[in-house]
Design a binder for this molecule. Structure first.
Ligand code: PMT
Length: 398
């Protein structure tokens, strides 16, 4: 499946570097040409000789060596994909900041191909805000995170931070290169993220949505060939796929106006946004000063984007909603499916660990109008997005 693909494999200095030998072998077996680049500290964990023997090419670890200048610009242009596995916290920080002090980072900065990175580090390092920030920056540059595994770590701790297994990394690349264009010709509208409803110039009513679920859907739909427009509430994240048309909004009213205007030209809309149902009746022009023991805020109803699109929906158009529930999950979701005229609804519950707001994972069920239901296990939001798109494609085909 990777036949003829030219892959730069960047290795940085983690104990997980021992897996790079298996990874190289699997890539070669899948038909890829592999050029290994190592950071100086990666060589403390695995020798260049092992990797050059397996990859059948010289391994580069310096920009210049006794044999001459190793041209990172040429390498960056040669590759169909760059895979950095394992990527340590240090290399992650260098990539995020363009700190170009080794050949791996130099090739990364010169690469015009898709870049995949598979982190490996200890549990607490993985959860540190600095690491989270660097991961998010790489994602915002359009690079693809291959999620870390959960389990025993070299430190003796147990939790998130293990590098994904070589087989899973190769499968990830194979899926990328085998991407079906089964949404070519379809126009898909997405809503994602929270809405902020202003109270005064400094305060707002918001919620904990990060935008990850809707952005994963937008990226996945674009990769499958759809023309995607994403209406995104205030989120720090942005789609990786350059083809996604992005409309940034703040409030439910702004999201509503953009969605209502665009929906008639669309084949489908998927509504993953967490929209505030109410907003302050009046917005103070000056910062509200602290006065008494209590403060009364009058709220009025926001437009229901989903319900309005449900009324506008024409034959041949699909409308897919989400339901975020904390109790009576299925009956609440079923109620929303009917009331908002959805074709199907994606239920996620805050009672499921790893599901809902802000996680990189989600656990969903999809409820259909014919009372059928499909349950899915906990997966990365990217994988969940593929499941939802497959359900949508199946509905287009009935
Ligand atoms: O962004 P993440 O951090 O990745 O989190 C993802 C998510 C939890 C936000 C997402 O998976 C999700 O569940 N989104 C819907 C959240 C929600 O507000 O659900 P709801 O049950 O309140 O709304 C039902 C449906 O109506 C949703 O499709 C919602 O987008 C839509 N709606 C709701 C209110 C409103 N005024 N307008 C709407 O369009």
């Amino acid at each position: 499946m990777l036949q003829g693909k030219k892959i730069i494999l960047g290795i940085s200095g983690s104990i997980a570097a021992y897996k790079s030998a298996f990874l190289t072998r699997l890539l070669i077996k899948a038909g890829a040409e592999v050029q290994v680049l190592m950071t100086p500290s990666a060589q403390d964990f695995i020798t260049p000789l092992t990797l050059s023997t397996l990859s059948k090419r010289p391994v580069y670890s310096e920009v210049s060596s006794e044999t001459g200048w190793n041209n990172h610009v040429e390498l960056g242009l040669w590759a169909d994909a760059m895979l950095i596995a394992p990527v340590t916290a240090t290399t992650l920080a260098k990539l995020a900041n363009g700190l170009c002090d080794n050949i791996l980072v130099a090739a990364y900065l010169s690469a015009r191909c898709p870049v995949f990175f598979a982190p490996a580090m200890d549990l607490d390092m993985w959860h540190h805000p600095a690491t989270r920030h660097n991961v998010e920056r790489l994602i915002s540059y359009g690079n693809q995170l291959i999620p870390v595994g959960v389990g025993e770590l070299a430190s003796g701790l147990s939790g998130e931070g293990r590098m994904a297994e070589p087989e899973d990394i190769v499968a990830y690349l194979e899926r990328f290169f085998a991407q079906k264009q089964d949404l070519a010709g379809k126009k898909i509208l997405l809503t994602a993220g929270p809405t902020y409803e202003p109270i005064d110039p400094v305060r707002f009513i918001g919620n904990r949505s990060s935008g990850k679920m809707g952005i994963a859907l937008a990226d996945a739909a674009a990769r499958r060939g759809a023309e995607v427009t994403l209406i995104l509430g205030p989120s720090k994240l942005t789609p990786q796929e350059k083809a996604v048309k992005l409309i940034k909004v703040e409030t439910a009213q702004e999201m509503h106006d953009a969605a209502v205007q665009l929906f008639p030209q669309m084949n489908a809309a998927i509504l993953a946004a967490a929209v505030a149902d109410y907003r302050p009746k009046t917005v103070a022009t000056e910062k509200i000063k602290k006065k008494g023991e209590e403060l009364q805020l009058d709220l009025i109803k926001n437009p229901d984007i989903a319900a309005d699109l449900g009324k506008m929906k024409q034959a041949g158009q699909l409308l897919i909603g989400f339901a975020l529930e904390t109790n009576d999950e299925e009956s609440n979701a079923q109620g929303k499916l009917e009331k908002k005229n959805f074709d199907c609804i994606v239920l996620n519950s805050l009672r499921d660990a790893g599901a809902g707001f802000n996680h990189d994972t989600n656990k969903i069920s999809i409820l259909f109008r014919n009372n059928k239901k499909r349950d899915f296990e906990l997966k990365s939001k990217n994988a969940v997005a593929e499941d939802i798109l497959q359900a949508m494609i199946d509905l287009f085909n009935v």
